[in-house]
Design a protein around this ligand. Structure first.
Ligand SMILES: [Mn+2]
Length: 436
């Protein structure tokens, strides 16, 4: 792997001939200082080094990289085994390794804010300026844009990582499907999925959603008991050992076939997803992919009698967003929402900003698609009381509430797959998993 990471470092330096310092970050304490959360290195660091080394810093100066490592405390070997051999590590990674004491970045060094506060404080001390999580300093924008330029279009090794994450994610969803039954609790379904990750030496890319309350978009309780007639929404993705993410959602019936009303709305969401996936190709603007899903969903709801009116007008007035309030997807890579630590800069690019419209404001991506980009496609249908009962959003007689009431056995449906943009169209990385 070192060849891959060396090539990425060279591509970065070719774009930006400036000193660059990127921290891996530090493990975070849970309930007392010695009891730590599992360590997850910064994705920028992983992209360029390939190994999650806690407390490490990558410095790129004068075209040459150096990895700086903290010297472990004297008694560390007792608890954590022998320290890393710097010479062997240098050989494995193909870059020089030096002790952290020797790190002296020049004042004009560019960096990106670490996610953890301890590392950001260290970053501020070493570079003599403040760092804020999720907020880019204007002087660091060239580095942010160079990283985005590299990570936006995945190289062969990145695509292999995404395929490995996709394979594990599909296996976990298959296990979930087999575990679903009336009387089973949501966390039991999650346990069956986690087994598939752990046995592969992988973890999760984001906290799991396994819920009979699919209308709560980020419901993470995992404590409810599934009942016959429920729909259970499962949004779970694997993360490979070197950080690549999967992100898949399925919505399954519990204990019996879907009711006719559940089956109709599930079909409408599947049709919206299929239309959106068919729109993914080089040159397509992602906002149009989103609007394709919105129009297909709206046409389906008009056919069912839930909405009334002209499909294009309903979408232009954001009536579809009463049921599909979020964006159709996002970039995926080392982060499940790739490079969202840089705000909207990766998803929107310079000069393009989020819409204020209800039906577009939650869209995380609005770029023109290019080969090598990977995105999710995840339309949904939800009955969220806070939206449907909001007088400010009442679409009047364009919503037939009496017909909608017949579909009360659907709380939330989402169907999500990971899609790689290819030269000719799209490759659905998670297509092996049935949707119905
Ligand atoms: Mn997603």
């Amino acid at each position: 792997m070192s060849v891959v990471h060396a090539a990425r470092r060279e591509r970065l330096l070719a774009r930006l001939k400036r000193p660059i310092l990127l921290p891996a970050g530090a493990p975070q304490p849970r309930n007392y200082p010695a009891n730590l959360q599992p360590f997850r290195a910064s994705s920028h660091f992983l992209y360029l080094v390939g190994r999650p080394l806690p407390g490490a810093w990558l410095m790129l100066t004068d075209g040459a990289p150096t990895l700086y490592l903290e010297r472990p405390p004297a008694d560390d070997a007792l608890w954590h085994g022998p320290p890393l051999d710097p010479a062997k590590l240098a050989d494995d990674l193909g870059l020089p390794v030096a002790p952290l004491d020797a790190l002296t970045p020049p004042p004009e060094t560019l960096s990106l804010p670490a996610m953890d506060a301890a590392t950001r404080a260290e970053q501020a001390r070493r570079l003599g300026r403040a760092f804020t999580a999720g907020l880019l300093d204007a002087r660091d924008l060239p580095l942010a844009d160079a990283m985005i330029d590299l990570r936006l279009r995945h190289d062969e090794a990145a695509i292999a990582g995404l395929r490995a994450a996709a394979e594990a994610t599909v296996a976990a969803h298959e296990a979930a499907r087999a575990a679903i039954a009336p009387g089973v609790r949501e966390h039991e379904v999650w346990a069956a999925m986690q087994f598939e990750f752990t046995r592969r030496g992988m973890g999760w890319a984001y906290p799991p959603i396994v819920t009979r309350r699919g209308e709560v978009l980020h419901e993470r309780g995992l404590h409810r008991t599934l009942e016959a007639g429920d729909l259970v929404l499962i949004d779970v993705g694997a993360e490979t050992a070197d950080g690549w993410a999967g992100d898949v959602t399925r919505t399954w019936p519990v204990g019996q076939p879907m009711t006719p009303t559940q089956a109709e709305l599930h079909r409408v969401v599947r049709e919206a997803q299929a239309a959106a996936i068919a729109a993914v190709k080089p040159g397509a603007r992602y906002r149009e992919v989103h609007l394709t899903a919105a129009r297909t969903l709206t046409a389906g709801l008009v056919d069912l009698g839930i909405l009334r009116g002209d499909v294009d007008e309903l979408v232009a007035d954001d009536v579809h967003a009463l049921f599909f309030p979020h964006g159709v997807g996002h970039l995926i890579g080392l982060d499940v929402h790739d490079m969202e630590d840089l705000g909207d800069r990766a998803g929107y690019g310079p000069g393009r900003t989020r819409s204020e419209r209800f039906g577009l404001g939650y869209l995380r991506l609005d770029r023109v698609l290019e080969p090598g980009m990977a995105v999710t496609i995840e339309p949904g249908f939800y009955q969220v009381p806070a939206i449907l009962n909001d007088p400010a959003r009442d679409p009047g007689d364009r919503l037939d509430r009496a017909t909608l009431a017949k579909f009360a056995d659907v709380r939330g449906i989402r169907i999500e797959d990971d899609v790689l943009v290819t030269e000719s169209g799209a490759d659905v990385l998670t297509d092996a998993l049935p949707r119905v």
